[in-house]
Design a protein. Structure first.
Length: 119
């Protein structure tokens, strides 16, 4: 199956550390079958003037056959890292379905905001 047969829908592309990324995987008519299953990955990668690194932090199997596709839910780890773009390197996050080519949807990971406790 090619990436053109798959659609990766992410509900929100800005997510706080410790929160969940949610969305849906849909299979186009050319790739639909009852036994179709994939893994959805949540990962970050570095780029720039550094040694490139990629780390998959969460994976979920999905079987998106059918008109509604399949939901997924992946948690950003508390330890981050957050999305960062600097002069010498960057940290980017994405949700991905591996394949040739992979289907990717970029996301931005930000610091968790703590609300002050009211007395």
């Amino acid at each position: 199956m090619t990436g053109a047969d798959l659609t990766l829908e992410v509900e929100t592309t800005r997510v706080a550390v410790g929160d969940e990324v949610t969305g849906r995987v849909r299979v186009g008519p050319a790739g639909a079958s009852a036994d179709t299953s994939f893994s959805v990955e949540l990962l970050w990668r570095t780029s720039g003037q550094c040694q490139s690194e990629e780390k998959i932090v969460a994976t979920q199997p999905v079987s998106p056959a059918g008109p509604g596709g399949a939901p997924f839910r992946l948690r950003i780890p508390q330890g981050g890292p957050m999305t960062y773009v600097g002069r010498t390197f960057a940290i980017d996050w994405c949700v991905r379905i591996p394949g040739d080519p992979p289907v990717e949807e970029p996301i931005t990971v930000v610091a968790a905001v703590q609300s002050p406790q009211m007395p």
